[in-house]
Design a binder for this molecule. Structure first.
Ligand code: SAM
Length: 1007
């Protein structure tokens, strides 16, 4: 096999559409088995694996066919969309999904097997995390190996890859208690497609006449239907035992969740409290007093000082009418009537008005003096959710749960989760700063009791299953999946969970990957049936398992290892596809310890292998003695030494790539996902890859987040992740010379740039797509020396600067020539080049910072210089610190997304650029950027003084500057029709033409 498909072409658009779509799939997706940060979409992993494992056909026709089979066709749909004000607009969207289990997968499986001479290729992911890559490798029939240093990830990999595969073709009778339950068997047969009379036949065959059958029900018709088997797969056994656990736990917990007036409890709402530093009153820390804010239902919590002014009395108000006026006025009204006590400055005492600052609250927290008060209870009424104050009984019961904790936790290995939370350099677990420093403190007593009960019974079922004749294999698989159900419950059952005002339900905790402190929170009903109940949690696990069984995976047994990627060695691998950690983007171990401590308790004793993985009280972070561990840039591990931490991370990654090199066959391929917005970080990792012995020869940016999600787009992670393709460099490779390497790069890349452009790749994606192929010329050599500077080498970053410049010149050439030009433009200054790139992609709208940094770097600039020195960009999105955002309740993200700090920028309008020196150069400085000169001309023209315009044109020699004419023309086309900007530019253009200096037509582009 010579070239691989991924080294030549890739269905970029289709894969991006599928990947984005997948993020919205919540039911049945394998990712719902367990939370793991930064999961990659299966669609992206699948397409990358196929294109890596299959050879490029070598001719355009066959390649096109293969790409179409891999990606399918993008379909355009016109959908009506309601705009604010009721106007309906037709929107064209591009759609392309539903290929998850398409028939084509079998075709690809066969093709891949054939490409490897009839055997299953061996594929490794040494940073496997949630397992998206190895899972797709298995679906493609490969022999997959998944490695991760974190025991929680390792456990998820077992649940995702190993157990379902092990029991894939096994069925066994459902346990007796399930067969005896009308409720359970009814759901079982319904899921098998039985309904009405046929359903009743099935139930009767088990002697279940049903409590639901009334005397008025018609007699069973004499229908002919076979009696379905109660031999069920793993998913149904997990359902049965989850149901068993629930019944047991319900019996123990019911008294702690009393039903008042026949209305089941949905959630208890709480606020932390602090004592006012001035008047000593108890202040409830509330971000908002809104309880429900929907169009047709508006409920707030009222609050007034109590008689003794030692605290507040709450009430519930349901008759609140919306405010009047504009949207802004109505929003302001809502803010006023439903405002809480918390603001950015701290908590305002409702009794004396004193502001207790965040530092005051922090001090109280560290002394263990923060309390909590139940503010309201949400119940399920006949017509939806109802809100009321807690009863005396409810107030009494909540703390009473504490007295039962010892009894439950003495039956659980390692007892209550008293392990200490680790505070990393990034402050991911910043609740610690407020005294919430052990895992136990993250829960109310009732939550601890409930979790303890579910753990206790999940452990107890092992013996019961054994007595029912289950094999160890089955017991481990069922026990492990129900441990996942507890992890899922944990995400909904802790003191950080928020009440959603619009959806009137509780949200899950990990809306961002951090463990913050929440001032107010919601406590769901673990034994009920709404969000936050154990029932919904185990059901979701089973739905994911159902999906798995429909896939019918046929692949060799996967290998799953809980070791470091640095030490992993496995000769003869055909491909390594991996998505490593990036600097300090996510503190996996520190954050996922939240699950670790509970999994350790739940799983202990399930197998020797599991006990070994969860031996330590917390997951491994960094082992100084062995210089190995989780590869994260976290300076807290090195006494705050940032440089050391960065160096250790980079060295670790280098060693991991070296291990990949050793493990790969000579013609194997390494594909590395890169998802960091800083192109500099990219340069560092790429040089580590090259040093480890690889040639980089491809890069594809796959979009994984919805474009509309600006918050996600502007986060530290890219909206696109770049998939970098590498092959082994022959050991005979010789050092190269910079001039030759640059020449080779230029000749290689020119055709590729045209191909990518013709394939419709645009924007930052274009830069990323071109970078990989360009890097081939550089990385073919173990080192590239500088011909004019003896003893010096050209770094990757230097080389990349040349590449990016060439790429952006090509793009600007297209922009200046209406896509029609044949060549790149040259000689245009950096700032104007940046302006055109930015304007072409984002117009004058806010743009995510990631691509802007890439463009800036490509033009030899920085976003900071463009904002301050050149006054070209304005920051539009705040760099909100993680802590503040979460505390203000702004974190509204869906499960599994990455997060960082938000930031957006936009181009300044010409009239906003008021610096008097704009467009004039200093005596010693470089010439003023051409875009500044155009904007200066616009100011002069607008002022109406033609003499000044002519003087300016003359002194700058603009009339004879071909680039000026091209730029003017391009700006006219980029400006909105009918705008003042366009009118001014056209007037200037006509004026220049009329003066006969040079016609305002498009000139041939420069060579
Ligand atoms: C970006 S995540 C992988 C996510 C994965 N692709 C998915 O779709 O779920 C990176 C992973 O590297 C793991 N990791 C960090 N250091 C490691 C090391 N030294 N060896 C192996 N795994 C490591 C982390 O635990 C984390 O799961």
């Amino acid at each position: 096999m010579d070239e691989r498909l991924i080294e030549v072409a890739f269905p970029l658009k289709q894969t991006s559409l599928d990947s984005v779509h997948e993020k919205n799939v919540r039911h049945g997706h394998i990712s719902t088995l367990h939370i793991w940060p930064a999961r990659r979409p299966l669609a992206a992993c699948r397409a990358a694996l196929i294109a890596t494992l299959l050879p490029d056909p070598g001719n355009t026709e066959e390649r096109k066919e293969l790409l179409e089979r891999l990606g399918g066709r993008v379909v355009q749909r016109v959908k009506p969309k309601k705009l604010p004000g009721g106007r309906i607009e037709e929107q064209v969207t591009e759609e392309h999904w539903g290929r998850e289990s398409s028939e084509d997968l079998n075709w690809f499986r066969e093709k891949i097997c054939a490409a490897y001479g009839g055997r299953a290729p061996k594929v490794l992911d040494p940073f496997a995390g949630g397992g998206a890559i190895p899972l797709e490798a298995m679906r493609l029939g490969c022999e997959a190996t998944a490695v991760d240093i974190n025991p929680v990830a390792w456990f998820i990999l077992k649940c995702t890859l190993e157990y379902p595969q092990q029991l894939a073709n096994q069925r066994r009778p459902l346990p007796a208690f399930a067969c005896e339950s009308y409720e359970f068997m009814e759901s079982y047969f319904k899921a098998k497609g039985f309904k009405d009379a046929a359903l009743r036949v099935q139930l009767e065959s088990l002697g279940l006449n049903g409590h639901k059958q009334s005397s008025s029900q018609p007699q069973l018709p004499a229908i002919q239907t076979h009696v379905a088997s109660v031999e069920a797969d793993l998913a149904w056994h997990v359902r049965a035992w989850g149901w068993w656990v629930l019944q047991k736990a319900r019996a123990d917990l019911a008294r702690f969740y009393p039903t008042v007036d026949g209305k089941p409890t949905v959630a208890y709402l709480w606020a932390r409290t602090v004592t006012c530093k001035n008047c000593r009153a108890t202040i409830p820390l509330l971000k908002t007093r809104w309880l429900c804010k929907k169009e047709n239902k508006r409920v707030i919590l009222t609050m007034k000082p109590n008689e003794t002014r030692t605290g507040v009395d709450f009430g519930v108000r349901t008759d609140l009418q919306p405010g009047k006026g504009s949207l802004a006025e109505r929003l302001e009204f809502d803010k006023q009537v439903g405002g809480g006590t918390m603001s950015r400055s701290g908590a305002t005492c409702p009794c004396c008005g004193t502001i207790n600052t965040k530092e005051d609250i922090q001090q109280e927290g560290l002394k263990g003096c923060l309390g909590a008060v139940m503010t309201a209870v949400v119940v399920e009424g006949a017509n939806g959710k109802e809100y009321r104050l807690p009863t005396t009984e409810e107030n009494r019961l909540a703390p009473e749960a504490e007295s039962e904790l010892n009894e439950v936790f003495t039956q659980i290995p390692f007892g209550l989760p008293k392990e200490t939370l680790t505070l990393d350099a990034k402050g991911n677990t910043w609740c610690v700063l407020y005294g919430v420093d052990t895992f136990q403190k993250l829960f109310t007593p009732r939550q601890l009791l409930a979790l303890g009960c579910f753990v206790k019974y999940t452990r107890a079922l092992r013996n019961v299953m054994k007595s029912e004749g289950y094999s160890d294999e089955w017991i481990e698989a069922v026990g492990a999946n129900l441990a996942c159900a507890i992890s899922r419950l944990l995400d909904y059952c802790n003191c950080g969970v928020q009440w959603k005002l619009d959806a009137t339900t509780i949200n899950h905790f990990f809306v961002r990957f951090a463990v913050p402190i929440s001032w107010d929170y919601a406590e769901g009903n673990t034994i009920g049936d709404s969000a936050g109940s154990y029932e919904l949690c185990y059901q979701r696990i089973c739905t994911a398992l159902d999906t798995y069984s429909t896939w019918g995976i046929s692949a060799p047994t996967p290998h799953i290892a809980n070791v470091s990627a640095v030490t992993w060695c496995d000769n003869h691998l055909d491909a390594i596809v991996t998505d490593p950690p990036y600097y300090d983007a996510i503190g996996y171990a520190v954050i996922m310890d939240f699950f670790y401590v509970w999994l350790r308790r739940t799983l202990y004793g399930l197998s020797a292998e599991i006990d070994a993985a969860f031996q330590q009280p917390l997951s491994p972070k960094w082992d100084k003695e062995h210089n190995d561990g989780e590869l994260i840039d976290d300076s807290s591990r090195f006494g705050g030494d940032k440089a050391k931490s960065k160096a250790v991370y980079e060295d670790g990654m280098f060693r991991a790539f070296q291990a990949c090199y050793k493990s790969l066959k000579t013609d194997g391929r390494l594909v590395i996902v890169f998802a960091h917005k800083q192109p500099d970080a990219w340069g560092t990792l790429v040089s580590a890859i090259i040093r480890a012995g690889f040639v980089v020869d491809g890069s594809w940016p796959i979009q994984t987040e919805q474009v509309s999600r600006m918050r996600a787009q502007s986060s530290a992670a890219l909206a696109s992740s770049v998939w970098l393709v590498c092959k082994k460099r022959p050991e005979t490779a010789r050092p190269g010379w910079d001039n030759q390497v640059l020449q080779e790069m230029q000749s290689k890349i020119t055709q590729r740039l045209h191909d990518f452009w013709d394939a419709g790749i645009r924007g930052p994606d274009f830069v990323w797509a071109a970078t990989g192929p360009a890097l081939e010329a550089y990385s073919e050599h173990p080192v590239v020396k500088k011909s004019n500077e003896p003893g010096k080498v050209m770094s990757v970053s230097e080389f990349l600067r040349h590449v990016r410049r060439m790429v952006v010149d090509f793009v600007v050439g297209r922009v200046l020539s209406h896509n029609g030009g044949q060549d790149a433009v040259s000689g245009l200054d950096d700032v104007t080049t940046y302006y055109l790139l930015h304007r072409y992609d984002f117009g004058m709208e806010s743009a995510p910072i990631g691509p802007c940094i890439l463009y800036a770097v490509s033009c030899g600039l920085s976003d900071a210089a463009l904002t301050s020195r050149y006054d070209l960009l304005a920051r539009t999105g705040g760099q909100t610190p993680v802590e503040e955002e979460a505390a203000e309740g702004n974190a509204e993200k869906s499960e599994g997304e990455e997060e960082g700090t938000s930031s957006t920028v936009k181009l300044k309008q010409w009239y906003q650029r008021k610096n008097p020196s704009m467009g004039y150069e200093t005596l010693v400085g470089p010439p003023a950027p051409l875009i500044d000169q155009v904007h200066r001309l616009m100011h002069l023209w607008k002022a109406g003084d033609v003499t000044k315009v002519d003087d300016y044109l003359y002194t700058k020699g603009l009339g004879h500057n071909a680039l000026f004419h091209q730029l003017l023309q391009a700006l006219i086309e980029l400006a909105p029709a009918g705008s003042e900007e366009r009118a001014l530019l056209e007037s200037i253009s006509n004026h220049v033409a009329a003066r006969g200096v040079m016609p305002a037509y498009r000139l041939g582009l420069m060579e």
